[in-house]
Design a protein. Structure first.
Length: 87
């Protein structure tokens, strides 16, 4: 079973589309070899205020750790709300 993770940028004008997409591209690079996570690069290229990805439930905690790490690297840890829902 998969879980949809939604990373929503609360104030996308502050975060800027460029920074959101750079974060998304790093997220994609982190998971592109993983069979546990599906990140759509085309969605990232169109992103305005949120990025979503699918992850197998047993890999959810590890994927969220990577998300938080990348948010810190991009100095965006206080700019997002992360939601999860069954896919």
């Amino acid at each position: 079973m998969s879980v949809r993770v939604r990373i929503r940028f609360v104030d996308w004008e502050q975060s800027t589309i460029h920074r959101i997409r750079n974060f998304g591209e790093d997220l994609w690079r982190s998971f592109r070899e993983s069979k546990q996570v599906e990140v759509d690069l085309e969605e990232i290229d169109r992103a305005l205020d949120e990025i979503t990805y699918l992850v197998r439930r047993r890999f959810l905690k590890r994927s969220l750790s990577e998300v938080h790490h990348l948010l810190k690297v991009h100095f965006m840890e206080n700019e997002v709300v992360i939601d999860t829902a069954s896919a």
